[in-house]
Design a protein around this ligand. Structure first.
Ligand SMILES: *Cc1c(COP(=O)(O)O)cnc(C)c1O
Length: 392
């Protein structure tokens, strides 16, 4: 077994070797600027970017001129939300989203609230699912945008995106989905799903960090977030990240090619972790749905009477990389907004652990986690006064 066991693939994934090899020439020999078409190294970069865009378009069922590369999933989400809000402000000022979106979406919406927009944050059920009927009843004649994530990054809930997209279309409201966590793990055909905009990020499917994509259906207007040169059809300035874009396309191509085989493998490891934890550890709760309604690689548990942070520290000492539901990106001690939204009380939300596998995870690593985790939980509970009362 490797030195460390990486079980945090919902945070980021390792870069695939073959992808790195595809990218390498664009760091070295072919370093030209994709906008410099009067000499060969520039033309080669331009061609590589075009080829990557064509490939990504084909993989998501879009046209080549509907694919825009960005610098991250966060940027794609920010652009979709602020860009549409700005372009359609004369039509209305109302946006609908869910209470369990990624902070890239939630904070963009909060920013817009400070600038005259009104946002409805829809509740979710105990498994984190948005009810399409709630979306329908939240729509007013001022609604210009609906943004609901395809898959939740903390608890793995898969949303009824196609149904919600249908409602948005019927009501003539633009529909964006943050599909960052779904990318490479689920078929994502924009025409089949019926979405108007979709965000992806390469580092969640074994591509490089720092490159994202926004699908914008032809006919949807968006104001620029980044002004400057004429790159990305004049909609997103900045010299193209040639190597990153090549890596994005290569990683997505491989993920889609091997999707059936790899997601089946991940699903088996996920379920072995879920069932193994339930069997071995009392007073635990699986957060998020089970079976086909759950992302193939995500496991999220709350363990009563203890703190998620302490679990992570002890797991780290055993070489296991995982993530907690309570540690939010800002480093504050607030429990996860997702766990609160599915109805967990603060004290239970605090004791949460997310484990997420990839196709590179091995069965031995799953066994190791199942062996190491129960004594860690027991050790922490033995130190907890709350637990002492329960045991009596
Ligand atoms: C990781 C993630 C993002 C952010 O993507 P970055 O490329 O890291 O900026 C956005 N939304 C979801 C659901 C994510 O999981």
């Amino acid at each position: 077994m490797a030195e460390s066991v990486y079980m945090d693939n919902n945070a980021t994934t390792c870069l695939r070797r073959e992808v790195l090899e595809e990218m390498m020439p664009y760091f070295t020999d072919i370093f030209g600027n994709g906008s410099s078409k009067f000499y060969e190294t520039g033309r080669k970069a331009q061609n590589a970017i075009y080829e990557a865009r064509r490939k990504v378009a084909e993989l998501i069922g879009a046209s080549v001129n509907e694919v825009y590369f960005t610098a991250s999933g966060c940027e794609s989400d920010n652009w979709a939300i602020k860009g549409v809000a700005s372009a359609y402000k004369d039509k209305g000022n109302h946006i609908i989203t869910s209470s369990i979106e990624h902070h890239a979406v939630l904070s963009s919406c909060e920013y817009l609230e400070k600038h005259g927009f009104e946002v409805t944050y829809l509740p979710v059920d105990e498994n984190g699912r948005v009810d399409p009927d709630d979306v329908r009843s939240a729509i007013t004649d001022k609604t210009i945008l609906i943004s609901i994530m395809t898959v939740n990054n903390e608890i793995g809930t898969i949303q009824p995106i196609k149904e919600i997209a249908g409602i948005a279309k019927e009501k003539k409201v633009i529909f964006h989905t943050d599909a960052v966590q779904a990318g490479g793990h689920m078929p994502l055909d924009v025409k089949e799903l019926g979405v108007d905009m979709m965000s992806l990020s390469a580092h969640k499917f074994h591509g490089p960090k720092g490159v994202g994509m926004l699908y914008i259906r032809n006919g949807v207007k968006t104001d620029n977030l980044i002004h400057g040169g004429g790159q990305e059809r004049g909609k997103r300035a900045a010299t193209e990240n040639t190597a990153g874009i090549v890596g994005f396309a290569s990683a997505l191509e491989i993920a889609v090619r091997d999707m059936d085989k790899n997601t089946e493998k991940m699903r088996m490891m996920r379920d072995r972790l879920i069932n193994g934890i339930k069997e071995r550890i009392p007073y635990c709760r699986l957060n998020g749905p089970s079976g086909d309604l759950r992302l193939c690689n995500n496991v999220n548990f709350s363990f009563r009477y203890i703190e998620g942070e302490s679990i992570l520290m002890l797991l780290d000492m055993k070489g296991i990389c995982a993530s907690s539901g309570s540690a939010c990106a800002s480093g504050s001690l607030d429990p996860s907004h997702v766990l609160l939204a599915i109805g967990l009380p603060h004290e239970i939300a605090h004791g949460s652990l997310r484990l997420s596998v990839s196709e590179f995870t091995t069965d031995e690593e799953v066994d190791y986690v199942l062996e190491v985790l129960p004594p860690i939980i027991q050790r922490l509970r033995d130190m907890s006064p709350l637990y002492e009362n329960i045991e009596k």
